[in-house]
Design a protein around this ligand. Structure first.
Ligand code: ZN
Length: 333
């Protein structure tokens, strides 16, 4: 059998630009037939992003969809229907990468692999995220959304030049994933960094926190819902001079210091809706520096706190790019 056709990315981009969107079906039929076609899913609490293409950089416009996360059956049927359309139009998938919200069983070989574990999300506990994809007859790669985002930032974004990276998202919840030399760190489950205990800011003792399990864990104090519950507005709506960014940055800085101490990551990337307000990141750096108190050689080994603690470079595309990387790794490890 002939080796699959491999074209440089720049050439592919030029080919994509030279075809209008309506020509893509015809183009895909020829060229995707010769190259590996991957599916990618980023399953989040409010929406599920689906894409298909030859890789994170090669996704035709009509091969993307955003499906609202509603009740499980309706949502997963829509996901399955999207990939069935691509399967019929562009050929069989070599592999599908799934970057899912957690908690989810990501242990290969486990009888409940791909199943959502106990979650406050109504109706989703015990739901298999992978069963609806079995109809495509291809291998499925699974990891958490934050582990996948960490992988993408490590390989294609903020982690270039480093071997280890932790990605933390601060939004509806707080989650963290860590990558060491292109492999995400997992154990009995996967890291759940958002639920660590933090030392309370003395100016913030009246608020009890919103985590249904722990009250004032990090997520209970610093997630988007915690900010709204405490101050009546989202981070971006807090006025100039408000103490919110400093208090939230202080808590997240404790997590950054903990990550630096426990994992020794060379990059700690903070993304998510709360972080889109640029006022928070400088407070995270300042708090991490304060917490570590000169204990780690951050300047000498990493190049300073500005280099250690950064914004994402892939923006909101990190999760879906990571899902492609998961799928590709199954076929071309
Ligand atoms: Zn918690």
């Amino acid at each position: 059998m002939a080796a699959p056709l491999r074209l440089p990315i720049a050439l592919l981009r030029r080919a994509m630009l030279s075809f209008g969107a309506s020509d893509w079906g015809a183009l895909a039929g020829g060229w995707m037939g010769a190259r590996a076609l991957y599916g990618a899913i980023e399953a989040g609490g409010t929406k599920i992003v689906c894409a298909a293409g030859c890789g994170a950089l090669d996704v035709p416009q009509q091969h993307r969809a955003v499906i609202p996360t509603t009740e499980p059956q309706e949502t997963l049927e829509a996901v399955s229907a999207f990939f069935a359309r691509i399967d019929a139009e562009a050929g069989r998938f070599r592999a599908i990468g799934l970057a899912s919200f957690g908690p989810i069983d990501v242990t290969p070989g486990s009888p409940t692999w791909g199943t959502v574990l106990a979650t406050p999300k109504p109706g989703w506990s015990g739901v298999s995220m992978v069963a609806p994809l079995a109809r495509f007859g291809c291998p499925i790669a699974l990891d958490t959304d934050v582990n996948a985002a960490a992988l993408a930032e490590a390989r294609l974004g903020a982690g270039q030049g480093a071997h280890s990276l932790t990605y933390i998202t601060v939004g509806t919840g707080i989650g963290g994933g860590a990558v060491e030399r292109d492999r995400s760190i997992r154990g009995a489950l996967h890291p759940e960094m958002g639920h660590i205990r933090v030392r309370r800011d003395p100016r913030d003792t009246a608020f009890g926190g919103v985590c249904p399990f722990h009250g004032d864990c990090l997520e209970g104090l610093s997630s988007g819902p915690a900010i709204v519950a405490r101050w009546g507005a989202a981070m971006s709506a807090l006025p100039d001079g408000h103490i919110g960014p400093e208090i939230i940055g202080g808590y997240l800085g404790q997590l950054a210091a903990t990550v630096a101490l426990m994992l020794s990551s060379e990059r700690i990337v903070f993304g998510g809706g709360v972080m889109s307000d640029g006022r928070v990141l400088p407070h995270i750096r300042a708090a991490a520096r304060r917490e570590l108190a000169g204990y780690l050689p951050i300047e000498a080994r990493v190049g300073g706190f500005e280099r250690l603690i950064t914004a994402p470079q892939l923006g909101d595309r990190a999760g879906i790019a990571g899902a492609f990387l998961l799928a590709e790794a199954l076929i071309e490890p």
